[in-house]
Design a protein. Structure first.
Length: 389
């Protein structure tokens, strides 16, 4: 019986988790160290992800997906991350790119983009960040100017997870004044469109099996490429990020669970002064704290997913889940490294890899500081509403 809290899942959610666990133990985890070492995108993992239905589990059934719950996606990403954080990040990026289309796309966009992802694995990429506009998304410098029967998009995007293996990009661009929150719009850009160039593959500290790139744009798209309502792209981006934060929380929890298991097993087996090192309070207490913190972060993550599945707004819960899970993961992985000491510090230790893979969970889909800003604003708003009653 596990000391760490486990969620109560529906039979369908259990089936998705178990399917992910089988693929992870058979294919993803055994290749994780080599993928990390060679900084190699694991194209061979895409086939079982697609054939199992996992890469399209969050896509509505009418477009070829499974129409599964966010809770199912959380369970799958958490499970995969325990074996290979890079593969989990690839899966998370697939969902991040698809959700703007799910939330705001036209029927034709959904048929082409979501259907293409579910059937053929044609990835859709979420292209929001820029070198000068990461946390401050309203300060985008990429522009979309009316030209003929469409739009001329100019600018450069960065930090595109799966960027080197995406067929389509959801590009967020300014259609009005700089800094105005109601003058950002979203557009579908085909990878093969003239003037759309993917370049600059980042050499990363962790999740080295993902391709993180730039996208240079001087391209024309038709009027039908607008996703959602013109001028409301930032709302669409923020709604997508609220979901993405829960998925990143699941990734962080999975990485932490891997490190915790490595440290727990080592602490039980390693003997010093005639007894297992877990019997020394300096080690045992670290594991006790890790189990408690991990249980809390998993509870928050699954609660946020359940809330979304119930139709609730998860802006606040999503920020809480990501903040708690990513920082808990940092602490758990760090303590696991300390428990394993030299054995955890050297390659190909799973904890050494987790130490590097974990760090990004405190950065993408909004840094920890941004989550605190979101929460502080929510607290202020709720206090104002309470004062008016």
């Amino acid at each position: 019986m596990s000391v760490i809290w486990n969620p109560s899942l529906t039979p369908q959610e259990c089936a998705w988790r178990d399917k992910a666990a089988e693929l992870t133990s058979r294919a993803f985890a055994p290749a994780a160290a080599e993928i990390d070492r060679d900084q190699r995108y694991p194209v061979e993992h895409l086939v079982p992800l697609r054939e199992s239905g996992i890469s399209g589990l969050f896509i509505p059934a009418e477009y070829g997906g499974a129409g599964a719950s966010l809770t199912s996606l959380v369970a799958v990403v958490e499970t995969v991350a325990q074996g290979c954080a890079s593969t989990a990040a690839i899966l998370a990026a697939l969902s991040l790119g698809a959700f703007p289309v799910i939330l705001g796309g036209s029927a034709e966009q959904k048929m082409v983009l979501l259907g293409g992802l579910a059937r053929d694995g044609h990835a859709v990429n979420f292209a929001l960040s820029e070198r000068g506009a990461g946390s401050d998304a309203a300060a985008l410098s990429t522009t979309a100017v009316p030209e003929g029967e469409g739009w001329r998009i100019r600018g450069e995007k960065c930090w595109l997870g799966n960027g080197g293996h995406s067929r389509y990009f959801i590009v967020f661009a300014r259609t009005g004044e700089v800094g105005a929150r109601n003058n950002i719009s979203a557009f579908v850009v085909d990878r093969d469109a003239p003037g759309a160039v993917v370049d600059h593959y980042e050499d990363k500290m962790g999740i080295r099996g993902t391709t993180t790139t730039n996208l240079k744009l001087d391209t024309w798209v038709g009027a039908e490429s607008v996703v959602g309502t013109l001028g409301e792209g930032l709302k669409l981006a923020l709604a997508t990020l609220s979901i993405g934060r829960v998925v990143v929380a699941a990734q962080a929890n999975g990485i932490a669970l891997c490190s915790y298991a490595e440290a727990r097993d080592f602490a039980v087996q390693r003997l010093t002064f005639g007894r297992s090192i877990i019997d020394h309070q300096g080690v045992g207490f670290k594991l006790a704290d890790a189990a408690t913190a991990l249980s809390s972060s998993r509870m928050m993550t699954y609660e946020a997913a359940r809330a979304y599945d119930a139709g609730q707004d998860i802006g606040t819960l999503g920020a809480m889940a990501k903040l708690l899970a990513s920082e808990t993961s940092h602490s758990v992985v760090d303590d696991a490294m300390q428990i394993l000491a030299g054995r955890g510090y050297v390659k190909p230790s799973a904890v050494e890899r987790c130490y590097r893979d974990q760090r990004i969970t405190e950065i993408y889909e909004g840094t920890s500081e941004i989550q605190r800003v979101v929460l502080a604003r929510a607290i202020k708003k709720s206090a104002g509403a309470a004062a008016q009653r």
